[in-house]
Write a protein that binds this ligand. Structure first.
Ligand code: SAM
Length: 213
């Protein structure tokens, strides 16, 4: 290949990558839920009452959809909610709205699919609710490639064993410590994970003796 053709090829590739980057960067709102997630959400919730931030095609099989024309942030939410919010800056408002609707008792159960941006203030607001980190990267909507970020699934008011039965094989699940542990006093060994002074190796002794952690 001549130098000119090679240069043109590189420019074309760079242009295509730029266009993709704009369309699928976390700043764009159009990250429609992949079927692998959607199937599990429906199974886990037993049906979706509300998609509060729907795309024009209403990809999520919910009984009710709020589109930008309705402005989902300005509506009352109810029932079993599945939320895959617009990514980028607006996401904080959607997390706040979800938590407010849950606290108000309007939402009976919820699942939210969000980028696993554990370093952000909005993600920290989800502390206290269990979270599952999706294995690998999701390929959203019509994207030709997997997302450039990992995803997390947060679930609210769903028993952990029920959630694990549907998502356990595709995501690693973390649940907050129960209140009993948070309030446990040093020396309290009533729960197997209670902190009692210095950390101890509670694993089984192998052939070479106890493992030192
Ligand atoms: C990440 S996409 C999710 C789409 C769909 N819910 C899904 O999971 O496949 C976020 C969607 O939120 C919609 N959206 C943005 N602002 C909105 C608003 N104020 N009210 C309702 N929907 C909104 C956008 O149109 C976009 O399609």
């Amino acid at each position: 290949m001549t130098a000119t053709r090679e240069t043109r090829r590189r420019e074309a590739e760079a242009g295509s990558a730029r266009r993709l980057a704009v369309h699928f960067s976390s700043a764009t709102a159009e990250w429609t839920t992949p079927p692998a997630v959607l199937t599990r959400v429906v199974q886990c919730l037993g049906g979706i009452d509300l998609d509060p931030c729907a795309d024009a095609a209403c990809t999520v099989p919910a009984a009710q959809h709020f589109t930008p024309a309705d402005d989902g942030l300005a509506q009352w939410w109810s029932g079993r909610v599945y939320m895959n919010p617009p990514y980028g800056r607006p996401i904080a408002a959607w997390i706040g709205k979800l938590l407010n609707e849950v606290a108000a008792g309007h939402v009976s159960a919820a699942i939210a699919l969000v980028p696993a941006r554990t370093d952000t203030a909005w993600f920290r607001r989800l502390d206290g609710w269990p979270v599952a980190f999706w294995h690998g990267r999701l390929r959203f909507g019509q994207a030709p490639h997997a997302a450039p970020f990992p995803s997390a699934v947060v679930w609210i008011r769903i028993p952990v064993d029920h959630f694990a039965a549907t998502f356990g094989a595709v995501a690693t699940i973390y649940a907050p410590l129960p209140d009993a542990v948070a309030s446990s006093t040093p020396g309290d060994t009533s729960t197997p994970w209670a902190v009692s002074g210095p950390l101890q190796n509670r694993g089984p002794a192998g052939p070479a003796g106890p493992r030192v952690l």
